[in-house]
Design a protein around this ligand. Structure first.
Ligand code: BES
Ligand code: ZN
Ligand code: ZN
Length: 500
């Protein structure tokens, strides 16, 4: 798909998208389109329920007097609430309408309404972002009816007063979108294709962006004493891997990095604590945290972020063969702490225990954030709206909450505390890998906190409810995998951790 920013001109072909705020009040471009079409928009409005609410679309097909094949009037909501997220939503709504058509071209002429909360160039870039995110498809495995599933759209044009500034704003959006697409692809890939070594190969392919990528196999991890991670993978035919990605974009090569750690369980059968069939479906997505980390690293590299960042991804397949770890096994983690594994399905925390320890001891980062599809309990608590946030650091938490809000990936902080920590005491080892029947997401986070080195600021994002989406309710997420995590991490870096 070709994407361009140009100064407003007459639309000669394809769909012409214009905007209206709540009322509806037509913005100048919409008035122009109405006039050019001899009042077609007004006539259509008089027989429609369109009020200008966000994401509403009024379609006028083949209007006389204009060269565009159709006019789409999209609702922008109240002008004072109009921001970059609304711009993305408006573009996505227009594209959703076009997906039922054979339209190959679309031009957006959406003026910033008075009092809107964003600069014009940014609005233009985010119209493009909304359109781009909406065009994502995952059709690698279809051999039939491809035409039906592929977008017909070839060209998206955004009209803006300042194309140069819009292009500049777009270049960082594009990097983030590419990172999200990578994360979505990884989550959507089936587990017979995307096993730990294949995941690692895809990470290595990012070296062309200037990322340094190392892969540790099982033998290297055994030397480091990563008994917790390796225990999870030992029932699988597929070798466990640890991916280490480094982006050095700070002015000072030696500047202290920030660190992201991802859970990369390429398939979670539950192990010997086998999941029932219905719960096992979708467990190809249990590497969503790792996918987000890899996507974020791609975005940072693509936009040449002025920061030093490392991404560590623990990759395993949790399977139940004769060599599999048993409920009752005791394993020793890289930190030296021992863990009684009472449920082999609580495997994510075992993988993260070693990946977190490795990331902190090797890189001594400013902070470490882990992302993991860690607990079903977080789905019960927060559904698909918020990711769960757990942290030992208020500042990092606030920054994450702000970044999440700004980019439409909101998080909700849940508590940690000694009372919960008691629930993971073991009768024979330093801790056990499950708590009681209640507060499942919190006891999982308490477990992870035991692998935070000294006072390193740490945040854990439980993304089990947001890494994939079964309903069609999120306009910017056309696929099962959402790519959740890439945007919030990128934004956090942009707002607080880049050299100025
Ligand atoms: N990968 C799952 C968590 C999960 C559940 C992610 C549903 C997405 C959707 C995790 O490894 C798991 O199985 N957790 C158990 C922990 C329990 C055994 C303590 C859970 O949440 O039931
Ligand atoms: Zn599990
Ligand atoms: Zn899991």
């Amino acid at each position: 798909m070709q994407l361009g920013f140009i100064a407003p001109s007459a639309v000669k072909s394809g769909a012409w998208v214009v905007g209206a705020t709540e009322g509806p009040t037509l913005l100048p471009a919409a008035r122009k389109a109405d006039k050019a079409s001899g009042g077609a928009i007004h006539r259509a409005l008089s027989v429609s329920r369109f009020t200008g609410k966000p994401a509403q679309v009024l379609e006028v097909i083949a209007p006389a007097g204009v060269q565009a094949t159709r006019i789409l009037l999209v609702g922008l909501g109240k002008s004072e609430d109009f921001d970059v997220n609304r711009a993305e939503g408006a573009a996505a709504a227009a594209l959703a309408k076009l997906s039922a058509t054979t339209e190959a071209e679309v031009s957006f002429e959406i003026d910033a309404p008075k009092g809107a909360k964003a600069k014009r160039a940014n609005l233009a870039a985010h119209l493009a972002m909304g359109a781009k995110l909406k065009t994502y498809t995952f059709n690698h495995y279809r051999t039939k009816d491809l035409a039906e599933h592929e977008s017909k759209l070839k060209k998206v044009t955004i009209f803006t007063d300042d194309p140069a500034a819009a292009k500049k704003a777009w270049s960082r959006c594009e990097a983030v979108a590419e990172g999200m697409f990578l994360a979505r692809d990884l989550v959507n890939e089936p587990p017979n294709i995307l096993f730990p070594e294949e995941f690692a190969r895809r990470a290595k392919a990012l070296a062309k962006l200037g990322l340094k990528v190392e892969v540790l196999g099982a033998a290297a991890m055994r030397k480091l004493g990563m008994g917790a991670l390796l225990g999870v993978g030992q029932g699988s035919e597929r070798e466990s891997q640890l991916v280490v990605m480094q982006w050095q974009g700070a002015r000072k090569k030696t500047a202290q990095p920030i660190a992201f750690v991802g859970k990369g369980v390429c398939f979670d059968s539950g192990g010997l604590s086998l999941k029932p069939g219905a719960s096992m479906m979708g467990m190809k997505g249990d590497m969503g945290g790792g996918a987000a980390v890899m996507g974020a690293m791609r975005a940072l590299a693509m936009r040449k972020a002025r920061v030093n960042a490392v991404g560590v991804i623990g990759l395993v397949e949790n399977m139940p063969d004769g060599k599999a770890q048993r409920p009752d096994d005791v394993v020793k983690s890289m930190s030296g702490q021992t863990i009684e594994v009472l449920n082999t399905d609580a495997e994510g925390r075992l993988v993260l225990a070693d990946a977190l320890w490795y990331a902190q001891t090797r890189f001594k980062p400013k902070f470490v954030i882990d992302l993991a599809t860690l607990t079903g309990a977080i789905l019960i608590a927060l559904g698909g709206e918020h990711a769960g946030l757990f942290s030992n650091d208020d500042k990092l938490s606030e920054r994450l909450a702000e970044a999440g809000k700004a980019v439409g990936e909101p998080v909700w902080r849940l508590p940690l505390g000694g009372g919960y920590d008691k629930l993971i005491k073991s009768k024979i080892a330093d801790m056990k890998n499950i708590g009681g029947p209640s507060a499942g997401s919190i006891t999982a986070a308490q477990f992870l906190q035991r692998f935070v080195v000294d006072k390193t600021p740490w945040a854990h994002l439980d993304i089990a409810g947001v890494a994939w989406q079964d309903s069609e309710q999120k306009p910017l997420i056309p696929s099962w995998g959402t790519g959740w995590g890439v945007r919030i991490l990128d934004r956090l870096v942009e707002d607080h951790y880049e050299d100025r």
